[in-house]
Design a binder for this molecule. Structure first.
Ligand SMILES: CC(C)(COP(=O)(O)OP(=O)(O)OC[C@H]1O[C@@H](n2cnc3c(N)ncnc32)[C@H](O)[C@@H]1OP(=O)(O)O)[C@@H](O)C(=O)NCCC(=O)NCCSC(=O)C[C@H](O)C(=O)O
Ligand SMILES: [Mg+2]
Length: 285
């Protein structure tokens, strides 16, 4: 599916060790799931989590949602065995944490072969190497790790995320240049609906495809914020109709609601409609 219109509005992390959460996710309206073997799993549970997750994925029931497994880094004792284990799982992609250079992805691809790779972008070096990382041939998506990034940058929390904007922007540019999906970082205060909505709106305005989430209560907010609104769909339809009419009369520029509509605006309008249709198809199961 075209990464520019593929629904990735809500990407929910689920600890790979928690059977109850793994079961619950089958009934949640998240567009994609990150089955986590890294930060959400304690060292004591790491090895068993691999088997638990493999068994749950084998049972199926996750529908058309994208199933991504986040492994531990290769600087840990679990990373390589996780990568091998994922190749035997019923997963759509593998997610590598703390990617700092394309060499990290090459090391993973040497184990996972043709399995699509996603990269956690969460280190200062990763931000600086974002363009080279995005160009790796196996890479399909980027996930912002804003907690790790804030830790490494020694920033303080700000609702406007000013200290993180340079890194977010670099990764967005890199992902869009290579036609990748890119999803924003998590909002930690998982019961603060207003704060989450504000951060989703900011991410959507910047061009992110969706938001990573940590709790089921966050799914509906992200789904609404990252879906084309009724007004956007209506405007897109009117722009396309007006432009086609204008072209038929030999003109190159239409006007809708007092604003010009050229062929590039029509391309955006078509993406809006394609995304709305893709969301409908995903929801229909
Ligand atoms: C945050 C939580 C620890 C809260 O857990 P809990 O108190 O158990 O929540 P609730 O009682 O409100 O749960 C209600 C029901 O929902 C299920 N549940 C909870 N979380 C999830 C989930 N993520 N996916 C699916 N289902 C979930 C519970 O099982 C309850 O079900 P039921 O019993 O049937 O009613 C917890 O939500 C949690 O652990 N969340 C995930 C945390 C996580 O994944 N962290 C790692 C990813 S974030 C990250 O790594 C950041 C990144 O790398 C960076 O650097 O920024
Ligand atoms: Mg992280």
């Amino acid at each position: 599916m075209d990464p520019r219109t593929r629904p990735c509005r809500s990407v929910l992390y689920i600890p790979g060790s928690k059977e109850r959460a793994l079961e619950k996710a089958r009934g949640l309206a998240a567009d994609a799931i990150i089955f986590d073997l890294e930060d959400a799993v304690t060292p004591e549970e790491k090895v068993n989590a691999r088997a638990t997750l493999a068994a749950e994925l084998a049972k199926g029931g996750y529908g058309k949602r994208l199933r991504i497994v986040r492994i531990n880094g290769f600087d840990t004792e679990w990373g390589r065995d996780d990568a091998k284990a994922v190749t035997e799982m019923d997963a759509d992609a593998v997610l590598l944490p703390k990617v700092s250079s394309p060499a990290d992805l090459a090391a993973l691809a040497a184990i996972t072969g043709d399995l699509p790779i996603w990269a956690m972008m969460e280190t200062p070096r990763g931000m600086l190497n974002a363009a080279a990382i995005a160009a790796h041939p196996k890479l399909e998506g980027m996930v912002m790790g804003t907690n790790d990034l804030a830790k490494e940058l020694q920033t303080r929390f700000r609702a406007d995320r000013l200290p993180l904007l340079a890194g977010l922007g670099l990764c967005l540019l890199a992902a869009k240049a290579e036609g990748l999906v890119i999803v924003d970082g998590v909002y930690n205060a998982y019961l603060d609906e207003e704060g989450l909505k504000a951060e989703c709106d900011q991410g959507r305005d910047m061009g992110f495809d969706g938001k990573t989430l940590i709790h089921p209560a966050q799914v509906a907010v992200a789904n609404t914020a990252y879906a084309p609104s009724e007004a956007e769909v209506d405007l897109a339809r009117r722009q396309i109709a007006a432009f086609e009419e204008t072209r038929a009369s030999g003109q190159g520029v239409a006007v809708v609601d007092g604003r010009i509509v050229e062929n590039l605006h029509v391309a955006t309008a078509r993406e809006v409609l394609a995304k709305a249709e893709a969301i409908e198809a995903l929801q229909a199961g």
